[in-house]
Design a protein around this ligand. Sequence first.
Ligand SMILES: C[S@@+](CC[C@H](N)C(=O)[O-])C[C@H]1O[C@@H](n2cnc3c(N)ncnc32)[C@H](O)[C@@H]1O
Length: 349
Amino acid sequence: MTFAGVRRGPLQAGERVTLTDTKGRRKSLVLRDGAVWHTTNGAVSHDDLIGGPEGVVVRSVGGMEWLAFRPILNEFMVSMPREAAVIYPKDAAQILMWTDIYPGARVLEAGVGSGALTLALLRAVGPEGRLMSYERRPEFAEVAARNVDAFLGTEHPSWTLTVGDLVESITDDPIDRAILDMLAPWECVDVVAERMVPGGILCCYVATTTQLGRVADTLRAHGGFTEPVMTETTVRDWHAEGLAIRPGHATSSHTGFLLTSKRLAPGQVAPMRKRRPAPGAYGADYVGPRPRNIPERLGGAPAAHGEAQQPPAVEHERQEGPCHDDERALRSASGRHADGHAAQPGDQP
Ligand SMILES: C[S@@+](CC[C@H](N)C(=O)[O-])C[C@H]1O[C@@H](n2cnc3c(N)ncnc32)[C@H](O)[C@@H]1O
């Protein structure tokens, strides 16, 4: 039988169901033989659900009605027990597309946290792929393993979960895709790069602009990756009922930023950029890693011993662009840097 990783057939004791009331409020329950869920409108017996199909209406003793369904993946990701913050479905969906995860891919993931992204990745790589997950906190790894088991109802043939710091415990297996969701992904760039196949894709999910800048510049300083692409995803829900058509109230607020970049072939270094960095980007106040593909006089890293000297030609970036003073005015007016980063406490005005 083909592994589907999805529960089907009659509801069984031990699996989770979501009950939704007539006001849209949800309750997540793990079904147990003989158990009873007590509501303000009387009890609901688990036995009324066990053995039956999903999509049924159950009634409490007091006459309240609930619709019962198995949680689908995106519902489970936000309702399952968690220790660490999870990647939300809207971001997981973007990760799967922008990192081009495919059935059979060899994917590395760190950290695992509560296992929300793990579930999405397992589904995408399928039984022919490999998901190598690393989590340095054993108590989080345990929660993730329980969540994966609870959702799938069985072991996934493609999954290995290693408890340990990624840098110390990473194996030598080749990697097609890597997703880093942790506080300091830049610390793991070298070990991932060493094992990633040419054309492989690295994705970092970070919560703050400071982390975003640090990891982007770490990749530029590494030199073996393409210029990173960075995005933030906002999902806006809508309400449509007769003549009342308007944005809903559940629009997601900030969760995190996604950065993706492709691995170059071994020994290759990203070509010199033709565009200057934004003025001041790598100025006197900048203390982070320095890109290898811009000249040193513009803030790039000094050429390593034996490395070809960087060609001097760098085109002036858009002559019509704002000058320094205009930029400062723009920044203070909008609260954002000219390159779009939100201004941070301690930034120069
Ligand atoms: C925000 S959580 C990950 C959430 C997870 N992606 C999910 O969707 O449920 C970040 C996790 O990374 C782990 N972590 C941080 N640095 C790590 C490293 N170098 N190696 C392995 N795990 C790491 C932390 O212990 C934490 O559990």
